[in-house]
Structures are given as C-alpha cells and as structure tokens.
Design a protein around this ligand. Structure first.
Ligand code: GLN
Length: 310
C-alpha cells in the first residue's frame, strides 16, 4: 500500500465532489427517483475488520441488484451445483432487463446477475417456502453476513417496483412459459422485489461482502459462510457479469469483482485484502453508478488491488 487507507478514501471522496450529480438516477422505479443525486458514500473493510470510510457511508440506500450476490450464495447453499441447470454462467452482453436471449436459449437466463437470472434464483430460494418465509430467510442471511440486525427491507420500494415492474413480469412469464419457473410468477417476483428493496449503508454492505474477500469465511465473526472454492467462483461471476454489458469496461478500469445495483450501490471485492461498498445514485448508460465506478477506479489505482496486477 502506497498511502494510509483512510487518507486514500478521504482523498477520493473529496476529489469526486465536483462530479457529484453526474449520471441519471433510476426513475423507472418511482420510489428511487426521489433520492438525492448528490449523495456519495464509500466504505472499505479490510480483512482484519478495520473500517475506512467517508461521506454518506452510514446512510441506508436501496441495494437493488447487489442483493443478487446474496441470493445466489443462498441458492448455491440450498441446491449446490444443480443451480446451474437453471441459470448459466456467461456474460450476457445485453442490458440487465433484456429479454432477447431468453427466447433463443429457451428460458434459461445467461447468468444469475441479470434480472432474468436473478428471478430464476429467487424461484430456487423459494423452494419449500412460502414467499414470506423466503423473504425472511434472505433478510436473515444478509443480517448474518453483515453481523447487523438493523438491516431491513424498505416496503415502499418493494411496493413501488411491484406496481411498475412490467418488464420483470414479462421476463418471469416468459420463463414460466418454458417451464423454467416452478412457482407462480407473483410469488417469485414477490421474493425478487423484496430482496432488491433491502436497504443498507455502505458500511453494512462492505461488511456483508467480507466473506468473499476472505476465502468464504467472515474474519470478523469467524463464520464460515461458503467454501473457498465457492467464494472464488462467486467472485469470478461478479467480475464477468456483475456490471451487465459494462462488465468488460469495469474489469478494464477497476479490475475487481463487483456487483452494481440501480440504487447506485456497488459492492466490490479485493480478494485477500478488503470488501468495498460505494454509493452514488447517478447511473451511467449501463445502469451502473457513475461516480461509484470512478471511486473504485481511483481506489484500485491507489492501492494496487486490481486482481490483474499493480
Ligand atoms: N440493475 C438493477 O439493480 C435492477 C434491479 C431492479 N429491481 C429491477 O428489477 O429492475
């Protein structure tokens, strides 16, 4: 490390002040359109459990698609490798809510991080449960990962998406027509919308991702969450698919496994070193946080943490 980490984080926060407000806040989910576009938080939790943070790092925001990492981890825990019968592991090269590939590939989504793939994963998490139980299981899992019982779902966000999620209903119905969802569409989407509506701060999110930076074991709680092989593989999927059709650009500029959400959050993993969360609501054309991506690019550059070398 070239400089002290807290100093780097504060410097990134101050250098990016002039860029705040760039990008476009997601407004297709009406409840997200109200968020102040100038918010910006960053938290870095190193594998020794130390937190380095700046800005709006303790303000909760809607994690949206970042939650797909947690539901995938749960589905793999419940169904093991058979998870991959239902969803692929290849980058899609298309938008997060795209429907085009689904017809060619007979209802099997490309990867677990695009909407269609995460809906298939929600169907897997729902197995043996009512929707309410599955939502409770996901929330308990995220609280366990972050070691924080305060984490909650924002019901207004879930409701807002349920009322306007025409695309997601289309994707789910289309998959169901191929027999690729085993539960009723309303139940599967109920689970999906609620896990997307989990609200977390950057600090909580960085803590929740720590197991991925530390070979599957959360070093602050001592809990073994997944095997080191599984942690490595989830990181690989985040690197190749975590930013949709912006994943190549993110790997080029940042070089860390990462998962974005349309709430403006990104969770990134520096294996063996740290888990990082950034939040800034303005999105680039791929639906990834514009200032958040810049912050991670600066962080990777200053720390030499890119998985591809210094
Ligand atoms: N990229 C995202 O964060 C998308 C998640 C959002 N809940 C949706 O389904 O559209």
């Amino acid at each position: 490390m070239k400089d002290d980490l807290q100093a780097i984080v504060e410097d990134i926060h101050s250098k990016l002040q002039k860029r705040l407000g760039e990008g476009k806040v997601a407004d297709y989910i009406p409840q997200l359109a109200h968020v102040d576009p100038k918010k910006f938080g960053i938290a870095v939790v190193t594998v020794d459990g130390k937190v380095h943070s700046a800005g709006d790092c303790d303000e909760a925001f809607s994690i949206q698609s970042v939650s797909k990492v947690f539901t995938l981890t749960l589905a793999l825990g419940k169904h093991g490798e058979t998870t991959w019968n239902r969803v692929g592991r290849e980058p899609s090269g298309s938008a997060f809510n795209s429907i085009v590939q689904l017809e060619h590939e007979e209802g099997k989504p490309r990867n677990p991080f695009i909407n269609a793939g995460a809906i298939a994963v929600s169907d897997l998490v729902l197995a043996g449960h009512t929707p309410r139980e599955a939502i409770g299981e996901i929330l308990r899992f995220v609280r366990y990962l972050a070691d924080d019982e305060e984490i909650a779902i924002d019901p207004a966000v879930a409701k807002s998406e349920e009322a306007t999620g025409y695309r997601n209903f289309a994707l789910a119905n289309f998959m169901r027509s191929f027999g690729k969802l085993t539960h009723p569409v309303e139940h599967v989407l109920g689970v999906y919308f609620h896990h997307c509506a989990i609200a977390m701060t950057c600090t909580q999110l960085a803590r929740a991702g720590l197991f991925l930076a530390a070979n599957g074991c959360n070093p602050t709680t001592g809990h073994t969450v997944v095997s080191s092989q599984r942690a490595r593989r989830i990181n690989a999927l985040m690197l190749t698919c975590g930013h949709y059709d912006g994943s190549g650009e993110f790997a080029y500029r940042v070089g860390l496994p990462g998962k974005s959400g349309v709430g403006g959050g990104i969770m990134a993993v520096a294996p063996g070193r740290a888990s990082i969360a950034v939040w800034s609501p303005g999105l680039n054309h791929n639906g990834n946080s514009l200032v958040g991506s810049l912050a991670l690019e600066m962080l990777a550059d200053r720390t030499g943490w890119s998985v591809f070398g210094h």
